[in-house]
Design a protein around this ligand. Structure first.
Ligand code: URP
Ligand code: ZN
Ligand code: ZN
Length: 515
Protein backbone atom coordinates (compact mmCIF):
# COMPACT_ATOMS: atom_id res chain seq x y z
CA UNK A 1 0.00 0.00 0.00
CA UNK A 2 3.05 2.25 0.09
CA UNK A 3 2.75 4.56 -2.90
CA UNK A 4 6.43 5.39 -3.23
CA UNK A 5 6.61 7.84 -0.36
CA UNK A 6 9.67 6.09 1.13
CA UNK A 7 12.16 7.81 3.43
CA UNK A 8 12.10 11.51 2.77
CA UNK A 9 12.60 14.72 4.64
CA UNK A 10 12.40 18.41 3.88
CA UNK A 11 15.58 19.79 2.29
CA UNK A 12 18.03 20.72 5.03
CA UNK A 13 15.98 19.09 7.79
CA UNK A 14 17.66 16.07 9.42
CA UNK A 15 15.54 13.03 10.16
CA UNK A 16 15.75 13.71 13.91
CA UNK A 17 14.33 16.17 16.38
CA UNK A 18 10.70 15.71 15.52
CA UNK A 19 8.39 17.58 17.86
CA UNK A 20 5.72 15.06 16.91
CA UNK A 21 5.63 11.73 15.13
CA UNK A 22 2.28 10.33 14.01
CA UNK A 23 3.10 6.65 13.70
CA UNK A 24 1.58 3.92 11.54
CA UNK A 25 -0.71 6.28 9.67
CA UNK A 26 -2.79 5.16 6.72
CA UNK A 27 -2.73 8.43 4.81
CA UNK A 28 -5.00 9.48 1.98
CA UNK A 29 -4.35 12.53 -0.13
CA UNK A 30 -6.35 13.68 -3.15
CA UNK A 31 -4.28 11.30 -5.29
CA UNK A 32 -2.69 8.55 -3.14
CA UNK A 33 -3.19 6.16 -0.29
CA UNK A 34 -0.08 5.04 1.61
CA UNK A 35 1.15 3.80 4.99
CA UNK A 36 3.71 5.97 6.73
CA UNK A 37 4.93 7.69 9.88
CA UNK A 38 4.66 11.47 9.78
CA UNK A 39 7.38 13.61 11.36
CA UNK A 40 6.58 17.19 12.31
CA UNK A 41 9.07 20.00 12.86
CA UNK A 42 8.11 23.63 13.40
CA UNK A 43 4.43 22.90 12.82
CA UNK A 44 5.11 21.54 9.34
CA UNK A 45 5.38 18.07 7.92
CA UNK A 46 9.10 17.33 7.73
CA UNK A 47 9.17 13.61 6.94
CA UNK A 48 6.96 10.89 5.52
CA UNK A 49 8.61 7.51 6.02
CA UNK A 50 8.23 4.30 7.97
CA UNK A 51 10.39 3.77 11.06
CA UNK A 52 11.06 7.41 11.92
CA UNK A 53 13.07 7.97 15.11
CA UNK A 54 11.09 8.91 18.22
CA UNK A 55 9.50 12.33 18.40
CA UNK A 56 9.12 14.52 21.48
CA UNK A 57 5.44 13.57 21.26
CA UNK A 58 4.03 10.46 19.64
CA UNK A 59 0.58 9.56 18.36
CA UNK A 60 -0.07 5.98 17.34
CA UNK A 61 -2.55 5.98 14.48
CA UNK A 62 -2.37 2.24 13.82
CA UNK A 63 -5.42 1.02 11.94
CA UNK A 64 -6.75 4.52 11.36
CA UNK A 65 -7.07 6.91 8.48
CA UNK A 66 -4.98 10.05 8.82
CA UNK A 67 -6.28 12.68 6.42
CA UNK A 68 -5.49 16.33 5.75
CA UNK A 69 -7.35 18.67 8.05
CA UNK A 70 -10.53 19.91 6.43
CA UNK A 71 -10.64 23.23 4.63
CA UNK A 72 -14.12 24.73 4.98
CA UNK A 73 -14.17 27.32 2.24
CA UNK A 74 -17.68 28.60 2.90
CA UNK A 75 -18.77 29.51 6.41
CA UNK A 76 -20.15 32.65 7.97
CA UNK A 77 -18.78 33.76 11.35
CA UNK A 78 -19.60 36.98 13.20
CA UNK A 79 -20.95 38.36 9.96
CA UNK A 80 -22.82 41.66 10.02
CA UNK A 81 -26.37 41.13 8.83
CA UNK A 82 -28.19 44.45 8.60
CA UNK A 83 -31.65 43.01 9.55
CA UNK A 84 -31.24 42.73 13.32
CA UNK A 85 -30.32 39.05 13.25
CA UNK A 86 -27.10 38.06 14.98
CA UNK A 87 -24.80 35.22 14.00
CA UNK A 88 -24.51 32.84 16.91
CA UNK A 89 -20.89 31.95 16.21
CA UNK A 90 -17.98 34.29 16.43
CA UNK A 91 -14.43 33.34 15.48
CA UNK A 92 -13.85 31.62 18.80
CA UNK A 93 -16.92 29.39 18.93
CA UNK A 94 -16.99 28.83 15.17
CA UNK A 95 -13.38 27.72 14.88
CA UNK A 96 -13.68 25.67 18.08
CA UNK A 97 -16.54 23.82 16.45
CA UNK A 98 -14.52 23.48 13.24
CA UNK A 99 -11.58 21.92 15.09
CA UNK A 100 -13.85 19.43 16.85
CA UNK A 101 -15.23 18.36 13.48
CA UNK A 102 -11.81 17.93 11.86
CA UNK A 103 -11.62 21.26 10.03
CA UNK A 104 -8.31 23.07 10.45
CA UNK A 105 -8.75 25.94 7.98
CA UNK A 106 -11.82 28.12 7.57
CA UNK A 107 -12.53 30.80 5.01
CA UNK A 108 -15.37 32.97 6.32
CA UNK A 109 -16.48 36.24 4.76
CA UNK A 110 -15.56 39.85 5.32
CA UNK A 111 -18.85 41.35 4.20
CA UNK A 112 -19.18 44.83 2.78
CA UNK A 113 -22.48 46.51 3.60
CA UNK A 114 -23.82 48.84 0.91
CA UNK A 115 -22.16 52.23 1.17
CA UNK A 116 -19.23 50.84 3.10
CA UNK A 117 -15.59 50.70 2.05
CA UNK A 118 -14.37 47.17 1.33
CA UNK A 119 -11.03 47.94 2.95
CA UNK A 120 -12.85 49.01 6.11
CA UNK A 121 -14.95 45.83 6.04
CA UNK A 122 -11.80 43.70 5.93
CA UNK A 123 -10.32 45.69 8.83
CA UNK A 124 -13.52 45.17 10.84
CA UNK A 125 -13.40 41.40 10.36
CA UNK A 126 -9.75 41.24 11.37
CA UNK A 127 -10.74 43.05 14.54
CA UNK A 128 -13.15 40.27 15.49
CA UNK A 129 -11.07 37.34 14.19
CA UNK A 130 -7.48 38.07 15.12
CA UNK A 131 -6.60 36.65 18.51
CA UNK A 132 -9.89 34.72 18.66
CA UNK A 133 -9.60 31.97 16.07
CA UNK A 134 -8.59 28.50 17.22
CA UNK A 135 -7.63 27.29 13.70
CA UNK A 136 -6.10 29.10 10.75
CA UNK A 137 -8.32 31.33 8.65
CA UNK A 138 -8.41 33.39 5.49
CA UNK A 139 -11.13 35.73 4.26
CA UNK A 140 -13.27 35.85 1.19
CA UNK A 141 -14.77 39.27 0.72
CA UNK A 142 -18.45 39.89 -0.01
CA UNK A 143 -18.81 42.69 -2.55
CA UNK A 144 -22.26 44.23 -2.21
CA UNK A 145 -21.47 47.71 -3.49
CA UNK A 146 -19.48 47.46 -6.69
CA UNK A 147 -18.62 51.14 -7.13
CA UNK A 148 -15.72 52.13 -9.41
CA UNK A 149 -13.70 52.87 -6.27
CA UNK A 150 -14.27 49.29 -5.08
CA UNK A 151 -13.61 47.50 -8.37
CA UNK A 152 -10.76 49.69 -9.59
CA UNK A 153 -8.95 50.62 -6.37
CA UNK A 154 -9.95 48.61 -3.32
CA UNK A 155 -10.21 45.17 -4.89
CA UNK A 156 -6.82 45.31 -6.63
CA UNK A 157 -5.13 46.53 -3.43
CA UNK A 158 -6.81 43.85 -1.30
CA UNK A 159 -5.99 41.10 -3.80
CA UNK A 160 -2.35 42.16 -3.56
CA UNK A 161 -2.59 41.76 0.21
CA UNK A 162 -3.86 38.15 0.11
CA UNK A 163 -7.64 38.53 -0.13
CA UNK A 164 -7.87 36.78 -3.48
CA UNK A 165 -11.49 35.65 -3.61
CA UNK A 166 -14.86 37.26 -3.19
CA UNK A 167 -18.51 36.36 -3.23
CA UNK A 168 -21.24 38.22 -5.05
CA UNK A 169 -25.00 37.73 -4.85
CA UNK A 170 -27.74 37.64 -7.48
CA UNK A 171 -30.41 37.65 -4.74
CA UNK A 172 -31.10 39.33 -1.35
CA UNK A 173 -32.04 43.02 -1.62
CA UNK A 174 -29.22 44.24 0.61
CA UNK A 175 -26.51 42.29 -1.22
CA UNK A 176 -27.47 41.66 -4.84
CA UNK A 177 -25.67 43.10 -7.84
CA UNK A 178 -27.26 43.63 -11.24
CA UNK A 179 -25.72 42.09 -14.36
CA UNK A 180 -23.72 45.16 -15.24
CA UNK A 181 -22.25 45.34 -11.74
CA UNK A 182 -21.47 41.63 -11.91
CA UNK A 183 -19.53 42.28 -15.12
CA UNK A 184 -17.57 45.05 -13.38
CA UNK A 185 -16.62 42.64 -10.60
CA UNK A 186 -15.78 39.80 -12.98
CA UNK A 187 -13.61 42.11 -15.02
CA UNK A 188 -11.72 43.12 -11.88
CA UNK A 189 -11.31 39.43 -11.01
CA UNK A 190 -10.00 38.74 -14.50
CA UNK A 191 -7.54 41.61 -14.47
CA UNK A 192 -6.20 40.93 -11.02
CA UNK A 193 -6.33 37.14 -10.77
CA UNK A 194 -9.01 36.58 -8.11
CA UNK A 195 -11.68 33.89 -7.78
CA UNK A 196 -15.32 35.01 -7.89
CA UNK A 197 -17.92 32.98 -6.01
CA UNK A 198 -21.51 33.51 -7.09
CA UNK A 199 -24.75 32.95 -5.19
CA UNK A 200 -26.97 32.18 -8.16
CA UNK A 201 -30.68 32.62 -7.52
CA UNK A 202 -32.89 34.88 -9.57
CA UNK A 203 -33.91 37.80 -7.38
CA UNK A 204 -36.88 38.93 -9.47
CA UNK A 205 -38.40 35.46 -9.90
CA UNK A 206 -38.18 34.92 -6.14
CA UNK A 207 -39.55 38.36 -5.24
CA UNK A 208 -42.46 37.93 -7.66
CA UNK A 209 -43.43 34.57 -6.18
CA UNK A 210 -42.84 35.51 -2.55
CA UNK A 211 -44.89 38.70 -2.80
CA UNK A 212 -47.92 36.78 -4.05
CA UNK A 213 -47.58 33.98 -1.52
CA UNK A 214 -47.29 36.43 1.37
CA UNK A 215 -50.28 38.41 0.10
CA UNK A 216 -52.32 35.20 0.29
CA UNK A 217 -51.11 34.52 3.83
CA UNK A 218 -48.89 31.66 2.69
CA UNK A 219 -46.06 32.64 4.98
CA UNK A 220 -44.89 29.50 6.81
CA UNK A 221 -41.41 27.97 6.26
CA UNK A 222 -42.42 25.55 3.46
CA UNK A 223 -43.28 28.60 1.33
CA UNK A 224 -39.68 29.72 1.62
CA UNK A 225 -38.76 26.69 -0.49
CA UNK A 226 -41.71 27.15 -2.86
CA UNK A 227 -40.76 30.79 -3.45
CA UNK A 228 -37.20 29.79 -4.42
CA UNK A 229 -37.82 26.99 -6.95
CA UNK A 230 -35.14 25.16 -8.93
CA UNK A 231 -35.91 27.17 -12.06
CA UNK A 232 -34.93 30.39 -10.25
CA UNK A 233 -31.59 28.80 -9.38
CA UNK A 234 -31.19 27.37 -12.87
CA UNK A 235 -31.86 30.68 -14.60
CA UNK A 236 -29.38 32.57 -12.43
CA UNK A 237 -26.77 29.84 -12.79
CA UNK A 238 -27.04 30.01 -16.56
CA UNK A 239 -26.85 33.80 -16.49
CA UNK A 240 -23.79 33.75 -14.21
CA UNK A 241 -22.12 31.29 -16.56
CA UNK A 242 -22.93 33.48 -19.55
CA UNK A 243 -21.51 36.58 -17.89
CA UNK A 244 -18.37 34.63 -16.99
CA UNK A 245 -18.08 33.34 -20.56
CA UNK A 246 -18.51 36.85 -21.93
CA UNK A 247 -15.37 37.92 -20.07
CA UNK A 248 -13.55 34.56 -20.16
CA UNK A 249 -13.35 34.68 -16.38
CA UNK A 250 -13.55 31.63 -14.11
CA UNK A 251 -16.29 31.60 -11.50
CA UNK A 252 -17.37 29.24 -8.75
CA UNK A 253 -21.10 28.70 -8.22
CA UNK A 254 -21.66 28.18 -4.49
CA UNK A 255 -24.18 26.00 -2.64
CA UNK A 256 -25.71 24.24 -5.65
CA UNK A 257 -28.87 22.42 -4.63
CA UNK A 258 -29.94 20.05 -7.39
CA UNK A 259 -30.09 18.81 -10.97
CA UNK A 260 -31.35 21.97 -12.69
CA UNK A 261 -28.30 24.03 -11.75
CA UNK A 262 -26.01 21.02 -12.02
CA UNK A 263 -27.01 20.52 -15.67
CA UNK A 264 -26.07 24.12 -16.46
CA UNK A 265 -22.71 23.73 -14.76
CA UNK A 266 -21.99 20.43 -16.47
CA UNK A 267 -23.00 21.95 -19.80
CA UNK A 268 -20.59 24.84 -19.25
CA UNK A 269 -17.75 22.58 -18.13
CA UNK A 270 -18.28 20.41 -21.20
CA UNK A 271 -17.94 23.54 -23.34
CA UNK A 272 -14.50 24.02 -21.82
CA UNK A 273 -15.40 26.93 -19.56
CA UNK A 274 -13.69 27.25 -16.20
CA UNK A 275 -16.85 26.98 -14.15
CA UNK A 276 -16.38 25.48 -10.68
CA UNK A 277 -19.08 24.39 -8.28
CA UNK A 278 -19.66 23.80 -4.60
CA UNK A 279 -22.34 21.89 -2.78
CA UNK A 280 -23.09 21.45 0.91
CA UNK A 281 -24.43 18.85 3.38
CA UNK A 282 -27.94 20.31 3.39
CA UNK A 283 -28.40 19.26 -0.25
CA UNK A 284 -27.46 15.67 0.54
CA UNK A 285 -29.14 15.16 3.89
CA UNK A 286 -32.17 17.48 4.01
CA UNK A 287 -35.18 17.98 1.77
CA UNK A 288 -37.88 20.64 1.55
CA UNK A 289 -39.94 18.41 3.86
CA UNK A 290 -37.58 19.46 6.67
CA UNK A 291 -39.11 22.93 6.44
CA UNK A 292 -42.49 21.53 7.52
CA UNK A 293 -43.80 21.06 11.07
CA UNK A 294 -45.71 23.07 13.67
CA UNK A 295 -45.38 26.82 13.61
CA UNK A 296 -41.78 27.75 12.91
CA UNK A 297 -40.24 24.33 13.50
CA UNK A 298 -39.07 24.24 9.86
CA UNK A 299 -37.31 27.62 10.18
CA UNK A 300 -34.34 25.65 11.50
CA UNK A 301 -33.74 24.43 7.96
CA UNK A 302 -34.44 27.66 6.09
CA UNK A 303 -31.47 28.38 3.87
CA UNK A 304 -31.02 29.51 0.29
CA UNK A 305 -31.17 27.82 -2.09
CA UNK A 306 -33.51 25.57 -0.10
CA UNK A 307 -33.05 21.81 0.20
CA UNK A 308 -35.02 20.08 -2.58
CA UNK A 309 -36.15 16.43 -2.81
CA UNK A 310 -34.65 12.94 -2.85
CA UNK A 311 -34.07 12.99 -6.60
CA UNK A 312 -32.10 16.19 -6.15
CA UNK A 313 -30.04 14.58 -3.38
CA UNK A 314 -29.15 11.79 -5.77
CA UNK A 315 -28.16 14.28 -8.48
CA UNK A 316 -25.88 16.02 -5.98
CA UNK A 317 -24.27 12.71 -5.02
CA UNK A 318 -23.73 12.01 -8.73
CA UNK A 319 -22.19 15.44 -9.20
CA UNK A 320 -19.79 14.81 -6.33
CA UNK A 321 -18.76 11.46 -7.77
CA UNK A 322 -18.39 12.57 -11.40
CA UNK A 323 -16.33 15.69 -10.75
CA UNK A 324 -18.95 18.36 -11.50
CA UNK A 325 -18.39 19.63 -7.95
CA UNK A 326 -14.91 20.57 -6.81
CA UNK A 327 -15.80 21.69 -3.30
CA UNK A 328 -17.93 20.45 -0.43
CA UNK A 329 -18.40 23.22 2.14
CA UNK A 330 -20.66 23.66 5.13
CA UNK A 331 -22.16 27.11 4.36
CA UNK A 332 -22.34 27.31 8.15
CA UNK A 333 -24.64 30.31 8.73
CA UNK A 334 -25.45 30.09 12.43
CA UNK A 335 -28.63 31.57 13.92
CA UNK A 336 -30.13 30.36 17.17
CA UNK A 337 -33.69 29.02 17.04
CA UNK A 338 -34.68 30.56 20.37
CA UNK A 339 -33.93 34.04 21.62
CA UNK A 340 -33.14 37.48 20.33
CA UNK A 341 -31.33 37.79 17.01
CA UNK A 342 -32.34 34.28 15.97
CA UNK A 343 -34.70 32.54 13.60
CA UNK A 344 -37.92 34.04 15.04
CA UNK A 345 -37.67 37.86 15.03
CA UNK A 346 -41.51 38.13 15.10
CA UNK A 347 -42.15 35.18 17.38
CA UNK A 348 -43.90 31.95 16.50
CA UNK A 349 -45.66 33.50 13.51
CA UNK A 350 -42.66 35.08 11.84
CA UNK A 351 -43.30 35.05 8.06
CA UNK A 352 -40.71 33.07 6.12
CA UNK A 353 -39.26 36.20 4.48
CA UNK A 354 -38.22 37.50 7.91
CA UNK A 355 -36.46 34.31 9.01
CA UNK A 356 -32.69 34.74 8.72
CA UNK A 357 -31.33 32.35 6.10
CA UNK A 358 -28.79 29.71 6.98
CA UNK A 359 -28.12 26.60 8.99
CA UNK A 360 -25.20 25.41 11.11
CA UNK A 361 -22.86 22.68 9.85
CA UNK A 362 -19.15 23.40 10.45
CA UNK A 363 -18.69 20.53 12.89
CA UNK A 364 -20.77 17.90 11.10
CA UNK A 365 -19.64 18.50 7.48
CA UNK A 366 -16.78 16.01 7.37
CA UNK A 367 -18.33 13.24 9.42
CA UNK A 368 -21.50 13.26 7.33
CA UNK A 369 -19.61 13.01 4.04
CA UNK A 370 -17.09 10.48 5.33
CA UNK A 371 -19.85 8.30 6.67
CA UNK A 372 -22.42 8.53 3.88
CA UNK A 373 -19.93 9.14 1.09
CA UNK A 374 -16.85 7.04 1.76
CA UNK A 375 -18.07 4.37 4.16
CA UNK A 376 -21.34 3.91 2.27
CA UNK A 377 -19.37 3.37 -0.95
CA UNK A 378 -20.45 6.48 -2.88
CA UNK A 379 -17.05 8.21 -2.94
CA UNK A 380 -13.43 7.09 -2.85
CA UNK A 381 -11.39 8.29 0.09
CA UNK A 382 -9.20 10.31 -2.31
CA UNK A 383 -12.30 12.06 -3.68
CA UNK A 384 -13.37 12.84 -0.11
CA UNK A 385 -10.00 14.47 0.57
CA UNK A 386 -10.12 16.37 -2.71
CA UNK A 387 -13.61 17.74 -2.05
CA UNK A 388 -13.14 18.68 1.57
CA UNK A 389 -9.52 19.84 1.70
CA UNK A 390 -7.31 19.82 -1.39
CA UNK A 391 -9.49 21.45 -4.02
CA UNK A 392 -10.80 24.22 -1.78
CA UNK A 393 -7.18 24.98 -0.84
CA UNK A 394 -6.20 25.11 -4.52
CA UNK A 395 -9.22 27.14 -5.63
CA UNK A 396 -8.55 29.81 -3.03
CA UNK A 397 -4.77 30.04 -3.17
CA UNK A 398 -3.82 28.09 -0.03
CA UNK A 399 -2.34 24.96 -1.62
CA UNK A 400 0.06 23.26 -0.88
CA UNK A 401 0.44 24.88 2.53
CA UNK A 402 -3.08 23.66 3.32
CA UNK A 403 -5.21 20.82 2.03
CA UNK A 404 -2.71 17.98 1.77
CA UNK A 405 -0.29 15.76 3.63
CA UNK A 406 3.08 16.45 2.00
CA UNK A 407 6.51 17.48 3.08
CA UNK A 408 6.54 21.19 3.76
CA UNK A 409 2.76 21.44 4.26
CA UNK A 410 1.37 22.64 7.58
CA UNK A 411 0.87 19.67 9.91
CA UNK A 412 -2.92 19.99 9.82
CA UNK A 413 -4.20 16.43 10.10
CA UNK A 414 -7.08 14.40 11.40
CA UNK A 415 -6.85 10.90 12.85
CA UNK A 416 -10.25 9.38 12.14
CA UNK A 417 -12.36 6.94 14.13
CA UNK A 418 -14.38 4.87 11.74
CA UNK A 419 -15.33 1.90 13.87
CA UNK A 420 -18.26 2.95 15.99
CA UNK A 421 -21.70 4.34 15.33
CA UNK A 422 -22.26 7.80 16.74
CA UNK A 423 -25.54 9.65 16.98
CA UNK A 424 -25.27 13.36 16.27
CA UNK A 425 -26.61 15.36 19.22
CA UNK A 426 -26.46 19.11 19.43
CA UNK A 427 -25.52 18.76 23.09
CA UNK A 428 -22.21 17.21 21.95
CA UNK A 429 -21.35 19.91 19.42
CA UNK A 430 -19.17 22.92 20.14
CA UNK A 431 -20.86 25.68 18.15
CA UNK A 432 -23.05 28.27 19.80
CA UNK A 433 -26.26 27.33 17.99
CA UNK A 434 -29.10 25.72 19.95
CA UNK A 435 -29.87 23.07 17.33
CA UNK A 436 -28.39 20.97 14.56
CA UNK A 437 -30.49 19.98 11.53
CA UNK A 438 -28.86 16.55 11.82
CA UNK A 439 -30.04 15.77 15.38
CA UNK A 440 -30.46 12.01 15.81
CA UNK A 441 -28.69 11.03 12.57
CA UNK A 442 -26.17 8.19 12.95
CA UNK A 443 -22.70 8.52 11.47
CA UNK A 444 -19.92 5.96 11.44
CA UNK A 445 -16.98 8.33 11.30
CA UNK A 446 -15.81 11.08 13.63
CA UNK A 447 -12.43 12.70 14.26
CA UNK A 448 -10.45 11.07 17.07
CA UNK A 449 -7.70 13.70 17.02
CA UNK A 450 -7.40 16.99 15.16
CA UNK A 451 -3.97 18.54 14.75
CA UNK A 452 -3.45 22.15 13.72
CA UNK A 453 0.18 22.85 12.79
CA UNK A 454 1.13 19.85 14.91
CA UNK A 455 -0.81 20.99 17.99
CA UNK A 456 -3.66 18.84 19.28
CA UNK A 457 -6.78 20.99 19.13
CA UNK A 458 -9.29 18.18 19.66
CA UNK A 459 -8.94 14.70 21.11
CA UNK A 460 -11.23 12.10 22.65
CA UNK A 461 -14.31 14.27 22.40
CA UNK A 462 -12.72 17.28 24.09
CA UNK A 463 -11.69 20.61 22.59
CA UNK A 464 -8.03 21.14 23.44
CA UNK A 465 -7.22 24.24 21.43
CA UNK A 466 -7.13 27.86 22.44
CA UNK A 467 -8.29 31.22 21.19
CA UNK A 468 -5.51 32.91 19.27
CA UNK A 469 -3.80 29.74 18.05
CA UNK A 470 -5.34 30.31 14.61
CA UNK A 471 -3.36 32.52 12.25
CA UNK A 472 -4.54 34.66 9.38
CA UNK A 473 -3.59 33.20 5.99
CA UNK A 474 -2.85 35.56 3.13
CA UNK A 475 -3.93 33.71 -0.02
CA UNK A 476 -2.02 33.48 -3.28
CA UNK A 477 -3.74 34.30 -6.53
CA UNK A 478 -5.38 30.94 -7.33
CA UNK A 479 -4.20 29.26 -10.50
CA UNK A 480 -7.75 28.00 -11.23
CA UNK A 481 -8.88 31.65 -11.42
CA UNK A 482 -6.75 32.23 -14.53
CA UNK A 483 -8.76 32.88 -17.68
CA UNK A 484 -8.44 30.31 -20.43
CA UNK A 485 -6.89 32.36 -23.16
CA UNK A 486 -7.98 29.82 -25.77
CA UNK A 487 -11.51 31.13 -25.29
CA UNK A 488 -10.44 34.39 -26.94
CA UNK A 489 -10.38 32.75 -30.32
CA UNK A 490 -14.15 32.42 -30.07
CA UNK A 491 -14.70 35.79 -28.43
CA UNK A 492 -13.54 38.64 -30.67
CA UNK A 493 -14.99 41.17 -28.24
CA UNK A 494 -12.26 40.18 -25.82
CA UNK A 495 -9.66 40.92 -28.44
CA UNK A 496 -11.26 44.34 -28.83
CA UNK A 497 -10.86 44.86 -25.10
CA UNK A 498 -7.29 43.68 -25.26
CA UNK A 499 -5.78 47.14 -25.57
CA UNK A 500 -6.79 47.70 -21.96
CA UNK A 501 -6.69 44.09 -20.83
CA UNK A 502 -3.22 42.91 -19.81
CA UNK A 503 -4.28 39.28 -19.64
CA UNK A 504 -5.57 39.29 -23.17
CA UNK A 505 -2.23 40.72 -24.30
CA UNK A 506 0.01 38.34 -22.38
CA UNK A 507 1.59 35.59 -24.45
CA UNK A 508 0.17 32.12 -23.84
CA UNK A 509 1.58 30.73 -20.60
CA UNK A 510 2.51 34.20 -19.36
CA UNK A 511 1.93 35.32 -15.81
CA UNK A 512 -1.75 35.78 -15.14
CA UNK A 513 -3.69 38.26 -13.27
CA UNK A 514 -1.36 41.20 -12.75
CA UNK A 515 -1.61 44.72 -14.06
O1 URP B 1 -29.06 30.49 3.35
C1 URP B 1 -27.88 30.67 3.30
N1 URP B 1 -27.13 30.00 2.47
N2 URP B 1 -27.36 31.59 4.10
C2 URP B 1 -26.05 31.97 4.16
C3 URP B 1 -25.75 33.08 3.24
C4 URP B 1 -25.45 32.56 1.89
O2 URP B 1 -26.13 32.95 0.96
O3 URP B 1 -24.52 31.80 1.73
ZN1 ZN C 1 -25.03 32.34 -0.67
ZN1 ZN D 1 -23.14 31.13 2.64
Amino acid sequence: MNAGHGAASAPGVPNTGYELVVRNARVATASDVFDTDIGVIGGRIAALARGLPPGAREIDAAGRWVLPGGVDAHCHLAQKTGDGSVMADDFLSGTRSAACGGTTTVIPFAAQLKGESLVQAVRDYHAVADGQACVDYAFHMIVSDATPRVTEEELPALIDQGYTSFKIYMTYDDLKLDDRQILDVLYAARRHGAMTMIHAESSDCIAWLAERMLAEGLDTPPYHALSRPPVAEREATHRAISLAELLDTPILIVHVSGPDAIEQIRWAQTRGLRIYAETCPQYLFLTAADLEGDLLHGARCICSPPPRDEAAQQAVWNGLANGTFQVFSSDHAPFRFEGAGGKKPQGEHTPFNHVPNGIPGLETRLALLFSEGVLAGRLDITEFVALTATRPARLYGLYPRKGTIAIGADADMVVWDTGAARVIRNADLHHNVDYTPYEGRTVHAWPAITLSRGQVVYADGVFQGRAGHGRFLACERPEPARPRRAARRHAPWLAALSRMDPIAQAPSGGKAGRE
